[in-house]
Write a protein that binds this ligand. Structure first.
Ligand code: FE2
Ligand code: FE2
Length: 401
């Protein structure tokens, strides 16, 4: 992997020096530059190419949100990370569409390192040029044919029900990803972040959805993939059980409605990378599935071997390019490595991670059956002892489905 070029921006000299000291051990892997303001950062970027920018939010003059907006415009390929204190919440929400990742202060160097590696992995030499080209060019994802037809039928009714539209879209991986991309794009000029298909339908309005679907064909079918060991319906079934399970777990842990919904949508999308890889490279993906089933290795390990990259990385990369909300991106990116995001409490990410492992356990012979609970992540969140309760609740839900 080539050395990563990373630019750090913070107006407090003490903090900048602290960062510099703390990150010294990574000098062998990273080339780091440190500047103390937005203007200086843009000047630095004009004279030198960087892969990643890590910026403070609250700065005099140009704040972090404005800086990242400008960076996104001038250097769209860069990875954009926000380093923010707890008091910066409203500022952070301003840049949710332009930042790829958030880290809270004081920052843990290991966590920062993991995030940067995670975010950069695709810009490195790890990925085959062909894979990168394909991902960069994807503008739609295959939908489950029956759901697509169901949506078209619903839209042709006289009195279309917005809630029903949201439910149909919310049951499909490709449609969910695409509607969230649309509703969060600057094109529609919404000032808030929308992370559920139901909300997306409400915000866009039924007429807009009709035009998008029936006239512009945004969800139009691409050929559903079929490999020998994994089909689109298999993936759909897995994603939906994980979504329902994640919501159940989030509810059992007392997360609020918004976070329960985030767990559900995150569950629908968590394996979007599998959809991307399997539908674009069916033969190679069949070999991945074969390895998983015969060797009982994880999907990620097999993907790494054959693609040089995992479905979590590919999924997060495309969803990042599409500008999906950060919490959903984090779920896609970290659902097999939940410990990377340490918030010291229960989160939608942990709900999806646990549901993925629990549901996978019920699909022993499939490619989804080799996951393990991330004990460290669950312990840090204080929920390790809850795993059996969750398994029971998820199984109950599956029985009723
Ligand atoms: Fe996965
Ligand atoms: Fe999964």
């Amino acid at each position: 992997m080539p050395r990563q070029q990373i630019l750090f921006v913070d107006d407090e000299p003490m903090l900048l020096q602290g960062l510099q000291r703390m990150l010294r051990p990574y000098r062998s892997e990273w080339d780091m530059a440190f500047v103390d303001g937005g203007e200086q950062a843009l000047a630095k970027l004009a004279e030198h190419t960087f892969d990643v920018i890590v910026t403070d939010m609250r700065m005099p003059g140009m704040n972090g949100a404005d800086l990242l907006k400008e960076v996104m415009r001038r250097h769209p390929a860069m990875v954009r990370i926000v380093l923010s204190g707890h008091a910066d919440e409203s500022l952070v929400s301003q840049c949710v569409g332009v930042a790829h990742q958030y880290i809270s202060k004081p920052c843990d160097p290991e966590q920062l390192k993991a995030l940067i590696q995670n975010a950069c992995v695709l810009s490195g030499a790890l990925v085959d040029e062909e894979v990168r080209k394909v991902i960069g060019a994807i503008d739609r994802l295959p939908s489950v044919p029956s759901l697509y037809l169901e949506l078209k039928a619903a839209l042709s009714m006289e009195d279309v029900d917005a809630h029903e539209l949201g439910s149909i879209i919310g049951k499909d991986i490709g449609m969910t990803a695409k509607i969230l991309k649309l509703v969060n794009s600057s094109f529609f000029g919404l000032r808030r972040v929308v992370s559920s298909p139901h909300e997306a339908v409400t915000y866009l309005g039924i007429d807009t959805i009709k035009t998008l679907v029936l006239t512009n064909g945004i969800f139009e079918q691409s050929k559903p993939f079929k490999t020998r060991l994994l089909t689109l319906p298999d993936l759909w079934h897995h994603s939906m059980t994980v979504a329902a399970g994640a919501k159940t777990i989030a509810q059992a842990e007392g997360l609020d409605l918004a976070h329960m919904e985030e767990a559900f949508v995150g569950g629908v999308l968590h394996d979007v990378g599998v959809l991307i890889l399997a539908s674009n490279f069916p033969d190679l993906y069949d070999q991945v599935a074969g390895l998983v089933v015969s060797e009982r290795i994880s999907l990620s390990t097999a993907e790494k071997e054959l693609f040089g990259v995992t479905h979590a990385e590919v999924g997060a990369y495309l969803m990042g390019l599409w500008g999906l909300p950060a919490p959903i991106l984090n779920i896609v990116s970290l659902h097999h490595r939940a410990r990377v995001q340490d918030e010291g409490r229960m989160t939608p990410l942990i709900s999806v991670h646990a549901a993925d492992v629990i549901c996978g356990g019920h699909e022993q012979d499939s490619v989804f059956g080799t996951g393990r609970l991330d004990q460290m992540a669950l312990e840090r969140a204080g929920v390790w002892e809850r795993r059996d309760v969750w398994a029971g609740l998820v199984a109950q839900g599956e029985d009723h489905a």
